[in-house]
Ligand binder design. Structure first.
Ligand SMILES: Cc1cc2nc3c(=O)[nH]c(=O)nc-3n(C[C@H](O)[C@H](O)[C@H](O)COP(=O)(O)OP(=O)(O)OC[C@H]3O[C@@H](n4cnc5c(N)ncnc54)[C@H](O)[C@@H]3O)c2cc1C
Length: 459
C-alpha cells in the first residue's frame, strides 16, 4: 500500500486497466500528482485476461495450423499435439514480461499506486481500506466483467473467457454461446488445437456488428475449417453432468459438448462502488458521459469500458490520454467511436474502421463501394489466404469505411485508420505507391478501383 502523507492529489483514478493507467501516465507527463487505485493487477483485463493472453493463444493456434499444413508448400511437418502446459507457460510468460514492463513504467512515472478495492465516497474522494484519497479530479476506470444470461450459471463445465484462458487441457468439444469477437476468437483457437467447435449466435451472422461482407466471408472460412455455427438461434436451457454440457436452443435442437463458453458480452463493473450515490449518472450500470468524457459531476470523468460504446483497450488508452489532457487544459480532440479501428484476431482476421455500408447509406444516402478480392493479391496467394478489402465512400466524397478479412489483415488496420480519420478520398490513396508484394496492396488496389483506374482487377 502506498503511503502519502496527506493523501491529496490532483487526480485520483479508480482502476488501473488500459483506461486508468493510460490516463495516469499522461497526467504525470503533464505535471499532475496522480494516485491510481487497483484491486487486482495494473494492466487490467486487457493485459491479464483479455487482449494479450488471447492473442498469445491465437499465435500458438497459428503455429499448430502451420505445422499441420507445411506439406502444402513442400515442407515436411506434422503436428504431434498440443502441450497445453507449455502453451500456457508461453502465454503467461508474454503477460508476465509485459506486466513487469508496465509496473516499471508506472513506478518511474511517479504514479502513487494504492492496492485495494476503492469506492467513491464523495465527489472528490475515494476510500481504499482505511485511507481516504482526495483529488481535484476523479477518473472512474473500473472496466467491465464477463456477463452471462439468466439460466446460464458459470461453474463446472460452463465458463467465461476468464476460466477459458486458464484451461490446462484442450477440450474434445466446445459449445460457444455468442458469435461476436470473443466467441469467434476462442472458436478459432480451439479448432486449431483440434476441438470440435459449435457456435450459437442469436443474430443472423457471426461478428454481427461488422459489415455483412466480412460476416459472410468469415462464415465461409469457418465452415471450411470445420467450425459449426447455428445462426439466429437462441439458448434456452443448459444442463451439465460429470461428462458433458447440453445446450438447448429455441429451435428445440440440442448441442452437447465437453465444455461451454459463455461469450455474450461484457457488463460495466460499477455495482456497489458509490457512483450513483454521489450524483454520477449511471444507466443500467454504464457511466454516461458527454463527448468530453465528463460525467454528470463536473470534476468526475469516466474512461474505457465503463463508458457505453466499443469495448476495446485502445479506446481505453485514447480515453485516458484525452481525459488527462482535458484536465490539464490542453483542449484535446474527443475520441469518436466510429474512428476507432477494430480487429478480431481469429483465422482469418477481421479488421475494420469507420462505417459499414449499411451505416454509411443511413448516414449519407448515396455511397460507392468496392470489394477487392485478395485472390488477386500476390502476398495473400503466397500465404494461402483468401478474403476481401472493401472500401465505402460517400458518393464523390471521402472513404468512410474500410472492411478487411484474410490472414494477418489486422496489420493493415493502421493504414485503414489513417484513411478514414484523415477523410482521404480514393483518389488520394490511389496516388500512394504500395510495396509489392504486400497485403497492403489490397487497400491500394481497392482505392485505385474506386478512383476509376483498377489495376489487378478482372472486369
Ligand atoms: C477475452 C478478451 C479479449 C479481448 N481482446 C481484446 C483485443 O484484442 N483488443 C482490444 O482492444 N480489446 C480487447 N479486449 C477488451 C479490453 O480488454 C478492454 O476493452 C479493456 O481492458 C478495457 O480497459 P478498462 O481500463 O476500461 O478496463 P479494465 O481493463 O477492465 O480495467 C479495470 C481495472 O479496474 C480494476 N477495478 C475495478 N473495480 C475496482 C475498484 N473498485 N477498486 C480498484 N480497482 C478496481 C480492475 O481490477 C481492473 O484492473 C478483450 C477483452 C476480453 C475479455
Amino acid at each position: 500500500m502506498a503511503d502519502n502523507a496527506d493523501n491529496s492529489f490532483d487526480l485520483v483514478i479508480l482502476g488501473g486497466g488500459s483506461g486508468g493507467y493510460a490516463c495516469a501516465l499522461r497526467a504525470t507527463q503533464l505535471g499532475l500528482r496522480v494516485a491510481m487505485v487497483e484491486k487486482d493487477k495494473i494492466g487490467g483485463t486487457c493485459l491479464h485476461r483479455g487482449c494479450i493472453p488471447t492473442k498469445a493463444l491465437l499465435h500458438a493456434a497459428e503455429v499448430a495450423d502451420e505445422a499441420r499444413s507445411g506439406n502444402t508448400v513442400g515442407v515436411k511437418t506434422t503436428l504431434e499435439g498440443i502441450d497445453m502446459a507449455a502453451v500456457n507457460s508461453y502465454k503467461d510468460g508474454v503477460v508476465g514480461d509485459l506486466y513487469k514492463g508496465l509496473q516499471g513504467l508506472v513506478t518511474s512515472a511517479g504514479i502513487t499506486v494504492y492496492e485495494g478495492e476503492g469506492h467513491l465516497v464523495g465527489t472528490d474522494a475515494v476510500q481504499v481500506g482505511d485511507q481516504r484519497l482526495t483529488g481535484s479530479f476523479i477518473v472512474l476506470a473500473t472496466g467491465s466483467y464477463a456477463r452471462t444470461l439468466p439460466g446460464l450459471d458459470i461453474g463446472g463445465r460452463v465458463m467465461t473467457s476468464d476460466q477459458a484462458l486458464t484451461m490446462d487441457a484442450v477440450p474434445r468439444s466446445v459449445v460457444i454461446i455468442g458469435g461476436s469477437v470473443i466467441g469467434v476468437e476462442f472458436a478459432s483457437v480451439w479448432r486449431s488445437f483440434g476441438a470440435d467447435v459449435t457456435i450459437v449466435e442469436a443474430l443472423p451472422h457471426l461478428v454481427p456488428l461488422e459489415d455483412e461482407v466480412l460476416s459472410k466471408q468469415l462464415e465461409r472460412a469457418f465452415r471450411r475449417r470445420g467450425i459449426t455455427f447455428k445462426l439466429g438461434a437462441k439458448f434456452t436451457e443448459l444442463t451439465q453432468d460429470d461428462d458433458s454440457v447440453t445446450v438447448v436452443l429455441d429451435t428445440g435442437e440440442k448441442v452437447q459438448a465437453e465444455v461451454c463458453l459463455v461469450a455474450v458480452g461484457r457488463g460495466p463493473a460499477t455495482d456497489g462502488l458509490g457512483y450513483a450515490e454521489h450524483g454520477v449518472s449511471v444507466d443500467r450500470g454504464w457511466v454516461t458521459t458527454d463527448e468530453r468524457l465528463h460525467t454528470s459531476v463536473p470534476q468526475v470523468f469516466a474512461v474505457g469500458d465503463v463508458v457505453p460504446g466499443l469495448q476495446l483497450a485502445h479506446r481505453g488508452f485514447g480515453h485516458g490520454i484525452f481525459v488527462a489532457e482535458e484536465i490539464a487544459g490542453r483542449d484535446p480532440m474527443p475520441i469518436v467511436d466510429t474512428t476507432i479501428p477494430r480487429v478480431t484476431y481469429c483465422d482469418p482476421e477481421v479488421a475494420s474502421v469507420g462505417l459499414t455500408e449499411e451505416q454509411a447509406r443511413q448516414h449519407y444516402g448515396d455511397v460507392d463501394t468496392f470489394e477487392y478480392n485478395l485472390a488477386g493479391n500476390g502476398r495473400s496467394k503466397i500465404l494461402e489466404t483468401s478474403g476481401v478489402v472493401k472500401l465505402v465512400r460517400e458518393k464523390d466524397g471521402p472513404i468512410v469505411g474500410v472492411h478487411m478479412i484474410g490472414s494477418r489483415m489486422g496489420e493493415q488496420v493502421g493504414e485503414a485508420s489513417l484513411i478514414v480519420n484523415w477523410e482521404a478520398y480514393p483518389e488520394d490513396v490511389a496516388q500512394f505507391v504500395h510495396a509489392h508484394p504486400t497485403q497492403t496492396e489490397g487497400l491500394g488496389e481497392a482505392a485505385l478501383a474506386l478512383a476509376g483506374k483498377p489495376l489487378h482487377v478482372h472486369a
